[in-house]
Design a protein around this ligand. Structure first.
Ligand SMILES: O=c1ccn([C@@H]2O[C@H](COP(=O)(O)OP(=O)(O)O[C@H]3O[C@H](CO)[C@@H](O)[C@H](O)[C@H]3O)[C@@H](O)[C@H]2O)c(=O)[nH]1
Length: 494
């Protein structure tokens, strides 16, 4: 393995993302950032099934090394990415299957010339941290989420608020748990991610969680896709008072690695981009709707979303809805009925480019952390509709603390892991509220959330600009953690 575009004086950073789009995309941004800033040569590990996607996201001077699954794993039909799973419950088995890549990683790391000075590996690839440590390569963990959710997850494991909330008898749904370190944070049962919202959580997800935390605790640093103006108090708390893991490095928003110009435009402009251009030319504002890559949405819920958007469109809200290709059943005749007002896209879109389009003024999002941080960085207020994983905590941060969005009210039974749907009338109402609040122009005139998000977006740009907090954090992280190339002196930091 040799790093492309190798420049002898630069340290060699290897990056190994977990095989989920929400984990891979920000890591590709990090790879490009390290190269563009001349901080390191970069090797990016992937698998044959994921490599075409990864190459499409990366600059040419990032080397991609494919680690193939051993034959027996492929023969068992192992999917190469989480998006093929449809729910989070086979996740622990998927994570275990992926550990079949370990011998290949070890051979590649040991043979790398110049030697690898730092491995940035997803915490889900917990074994990769152990492999690197055995070879004397320092590691930085990446988890994909923000600092707030990371701290809250640790607090939840420590204090088991679900037990306290449920032991109070009736009214558990309305009861709140004040987080000792941050008494302004009041967790309800619906805010606590499944399965931590049960008094005695156990099972494969808990076992996986323990492995992730062990990997984080054993690594030399933790990368967080955030920035000081957004989460400075939580990063400071983690680095000063919290003992659950190594130093956190807030180096985001990573989507701004591309300088805010989007991740490249192919030769042919996609249909959705042309549609947005037409909307802009007609002076229309557009609501962007995307509910995540990792989890399938039940058909009944999809049809409620469709009904809600149709009603919102009838009331003047134009929308672009990016659906997972498998979430295809939106109800008979929906697309015909909304034609002109709404567009549905069933392919991979460049979400970051969409969010930056001048006419996109609101984002109905599941609050996956990348989507949330991209919305903020693009100055687009959010309607937060958490659907699983740590998303309820992201929604708390975005709506209650940063005040850059509104909430989609979700029935508690559904929010705590049970069945149910959010009705079309609720979706229509939130869509209209968000777009009214977003006002007449990006960051202009609208409600509090629109003003706040405009201000935070400009602070995000300051953070990644030369001399900004994230700019400095990345430089310092590489200088602090990365072993210099043998026989070479590391490039002096500016
Ligand atoms: O057509 C698409 C779909 C997605 N994206 C990008 O893919 C990423 C998706 O990430 P995210 O918004 O975080 O959604 P998920 O992939 O659903 O997120 C998973 O990973 C996140 C990071 O760990 C967690 O916060 C979530 O809870 C978890 O579901 C973002 O960068 C999007 O811009 C596109 O560019 N085009």
């Amino acid at each position: 393995m040799a790093a492309a575009g190798h420049d002898v004086q630069l340290p060699h950073v290897a990056i190994f993302p977990f095989m989920a789009r929400g984990h891979t995309v920000p890591m590709t941004h990090l790879a490009c950032l390290l190269r563009r800033r001349g901080l390191a040569t970069v090797t990016f590990f992937s698998t044959p099934g994921n490599a075409p996607f990864v190459r499409g996201q990366l600059d040419d001077d990032v080397a991609v090394v494919e680690l193939p699954f051993p034959d027996h794993v492929v023969a068992r039909g192992a999917a190469e990415c989480v998006e093929a799973l449809d729910s989070l419950f086979p996740l622990p088995a998927f994570v275990e299957a992926v550990s079949a890549l370990r011998p290949g990683l070890e051979v590649s790391l040991a043979a790398a010339r110049p030697r690898v000075g730092l491995l940035v590996a997803d915490a889900f690839l917990h074994w990769a941290h152990a492999s690197a440590a055995a070879l004397g390569v320092p590691t930085v963990a990446f988890l994909g989420g923000n600092m707030f959710a990371t701290i809250m997850r640790d607090v939840i494991l420590r204090d088991n608020p679900a037990a306290a909330l449920l032991s109070g008898g009736g009214g558990a749904e309305a009861a709140t748990f004040a987080v000792p370190e941050f008494p302004h944070v009041h967790l309800t049962l619906a805010d606590i991610p499944v399965p931590f919202n049960r008094p005695s959580p156990e099972g494969p997800i808990m076992e996986l969680n323990a492995k992730l935390w062990k990997a984080i605790a054993g690594s030399n640093g933790l990368i967080v896709n955030t920035f000081d103006a957004m989460e400075g108090r939580y990063v400071e708390h983690w680095n000063r008072d919290h003992r659950a893991g190594p130093r956190a490095w807030p180096i985001g928003p990573l989507c701004l690695a591309h300088g805010g110009t989007g991740t490249g435009t192919g030769a042919v402009e996609p249909s959705w981009m042309k549609w947005l251009d037409e909307k802009a030319a007609a002076g229309r504002a557009v609501l962007y709707v995307a509910l995540g890559t990792a989890m399938a949405i039940p058909d009944a819920q999809l049809r409620e979303v469709a009904g809600g958007l149709e009603a919102a469109a009838a009331a003047g809200v134009d929308f672009l809805w990016a659906v997972r290709p498998s979430d295809a059943d939106l109800g008979a005749g929906f697309e015909e009925r909304v034609e002109g007002r709404g567009m549905v896209v069933r392919e991979w879109v460049d979400q970051w480019r969409i969010l930056q389009h001048g006419c996109v003024r609101g984002f109905l999002s599941h609050c996956g952390w990348n989507s949330a941080v991209e919305g903020v960085a693009a100055g687009v207020p959010l309607a937060a509709w958490p659907m699983g994983a740590e998303q309820p905590l992201n929604a708390m941060l975005v709506v209650d603390e940063l005040r850059v969005g509104v909430r989609v009210p979700v029935p508690t039974a559904m929010a705590t892991g049970g069945h149910g749907v959010v009705g079309s009338e609720v979706i229509a109402r939130v869509a209209r509220e968000l777009m009214m609040m977003a006002g007449e122009g990006k960051g202009g005139g609208g409600g509090e959330a629109a003003r706040n998000v405009a201000s935070l977006a400009s602070k995000a740009r300051e953070a990644v600009a030369e001399g900004g907090s994230s700019w400095k954090a990345l430089e310092e992280m590489v200088a602090t953690l990365c072993r210099p190339v043998e026989g070479d002196t590391p490039k002096p930091t500016k």
